[in-house]
Design a protein around this ligand. Structure first.
Ligand code: YSA
Length: 357
C-alpha cells in the first residue's frame, strides 16, 4: 500500500488520477500528431511519468520500492494503451483518407478529348475513296525525288522553259539532281516503270515549291495524281471519270468544263473546272466573276512519256490528272486562306466534320 497523500509526494490517489487522466486523454486522440503530443506529455523524456520516476531517489527508502513499482506499472499500462491507440489512430487515419479520396463511381465520366483527322487528310480519304470505287488503286511515293522523275521523264528537259513553272526546291547533291518533289506527277513514271498496262492509280502526297506564300499558295501542299493507261483509252474516258468524280465530291447538280491547257507531259492538255457552287455560275468573288472554278490539270499522256517508260504509244494510250487538295477543301468549305491549314489553330481545325482518328 502506498502512503496517504502528501507525505512522500506521490500518493496512490495521485497515481490513480494520473492514470485516469492519461487514459482519458488518450481516448480523445485521433491523429498521429496528437498521439505524439500525448506521448511527450506522459512518457517522453520530460513527461510526467519519467519526471516522477526520476524523483524516486528523493523519497524515503522505505516507500521508494512501492512507489517505484506503482509508477513502473503505470508506465507499462500507459505504454500498452499507447500502442493500442496507435493502431486505432492508424486505422482512423486510413479510413479518413479512403473517405476523402473516394471515387463516386456513379458520377458520369469525363469525355476524353479525341483528336480528329486534319481536313486535308479527310479530303485525301474522300477523293481516294471515290476513285477506289471507280477501280483505281491508291499508291504513294517519295517526297525526295530525282530530277529525272520530276522533270526529264515527264518530257521536261533541263533547259525547257516549262521547268520554271514548278518553282523547285533543290537538294544539294554532287551526283544526280535531287529535289523535293514539286508535284505528284513523278509517280506516273515510277508506277509505269514497274507495271505493265492496264494501269489505274491515284497518288496522294505532299509537294514542295519555292513559293511566296499567300492566300492561295503554300510552300508545301498536297496533290492527288491520277493515271489510267490501257489499250483504247480515250479523252472521253477522262471526261466521264472527272465529271463523275466532281459530282460525287461537290454535288450531282455540278456542271463541268474542259478547256485547252499546256503541260509538257500531256497532249492534248486540259484544265478542268466546275461551275461555282457559291454563285451557281453567276459570277462572284470566289470564282473571280467567271462562274467557273478550276480544280485540276489533266490530259492524254504524251507519247514521249509512254516511250520513256517502255510502253508502245501505238498500242497504249492513257490520261492523267493532278489536283491540289488544299484548294479542294477551300472550295468545298469556303475556306478563304490556305495558310489556316498549317497554323495548328484548333479553332479552325475543329470546325471540320469530326471524323475520329
Ligand atoms: C497536269 C496534267 C497531268 O496529266 C497530270 C498532272 C497535272 C498537274 C501538274 N503536275 C501540276 O502540278 N500542275 S499545277 O502546277 O497547276 O498544280 C496542280 C494543282 O496543285 C493546282 O491546280 C493547285 O490546286 C495545286 N497547287 C499548285 N501549287 C500550289 C498548289 N496548291 C497550294 N499551294 C501551291 N503553291
Amino acid at each position: 500500500m502506498l502512503s496517504s497523500p502528501g507525505r512522500h509526494g506521490v500518493s496512490s490517489g495521485e497515481i490513480d488520477q494520473l492514470r485516469e487522466r492519461a487514459l482519458h486523454e488518450l481516448q480523445e486522440v485521433t491523429t498521429h500528431e496528437a498521439l505524439a503530443q500525448w506521448h511527450a506529455r506522459y512518457l517522453g523524456r520530460r513527461g510526467e511519468i519519467t519526471q516522477r520516476l526520476r524523483g524516486l531517489g528523493s523519497l524515503p527508502a522505505d516507500v521508494r520500492p512501492q512507489v517505484g513499482r506503482a509508477l513502473n506499472a503505470l508506465k507499462e499500462t500507459l505504454e500498452t494503451a499507447y500502442a493500442e491507440r496507435e493502431r486505432i489512430v492508424r486505422e482512423l487515419e486510413l479510413a479518413a483518407r479512403i473517405e476523402a479520396e473516394a471515387v463516386d463511381v456513379t458520377l458520369p465520366g469525363r469525355r476524353p478529348a479525341i483528336g480528329t483527322l486534319h481536313p486535308v487528310t479527310q479530303m485525301i480519304r474522300e477523293v481516294t475513296d471515290i476513285f477506289a470505287h471507280l477501280g483505281f488503286q491508291v499508291v504513294e511515293g517519295p517526297e525526295v525525288e530525282y530530277g529525272y522523275y520530276a522533270f526529264d521523264a515527264l518530257n521536261i528537259p533541263p533547259e525547257h522553259p516549262a521547268r520554271d513553272v514548278w518553282d523547285t526546291i533543290f537538294i544539294e547533291s554532287d551526283q544526280k539532281e535531287i529535289v523535293l518533289r514539286p508535284h505528284t506527277s513523278p509517280m506516273q513514271i515510277r508506277v509505269m516503270e514497274r507495271r505493265k498496262p492496264p494501269v489505274r492509280v491515284v497518288v496522294p502526297g505532299r509537294c514542295y515549291r519555292y513559293e511566296a506564300v499567300d492566300a492561295t499558295h503554300e510552300w508545301h501542299f498536297h496533290q492527288i495524281e491520277g493515271l489510267a493507261v490501257d489499250e483504247h483509252i480515250t479523252m472521253a474516258d477522262l471526261k466521264g471519270t472527272l465529271a463523275e468524280f466532281a459530282r460525287q465530291l461537290f454535288g450531282r447538280e455540278r456542271r463541268v468544263r474542259f478547256r485547252c491547257d499546256f503541260f509538257p507531259f500531256v497532249e492534248p492538255g486540259v484544265d478542268f473546272a466546275i461551275d461555282c457552287m457559291f454563285c451557281r455560275g453567276e459570277g462572284c468573288r470566289v470564282c473571280g466573276g467567271s462562274g467557273w472554278i478550276e480544280i485540276l490539270g489533266a490530259g492524254m499522256v504524251h507519247p514521249q512519256v509512254l516511250r520513256n517508260v517502255g510502253y508502245d504509244p501505238e498500242r497504249y494510250t492513257g490520261w492523267a490528272f493532278g489536283m491540289g487538295v488544299e484548294r479542294l477543301v477551300m472550295l468545298k468549305y469556303g475556306v478563304p486562306d490556305i495558310r489556316y491549314f498549317y497554323q495548328g489553330d484548333l479553332r479552325f481545325l475543329s470546325q471540320f466534320e469530326r471524323i475520329p482518328i
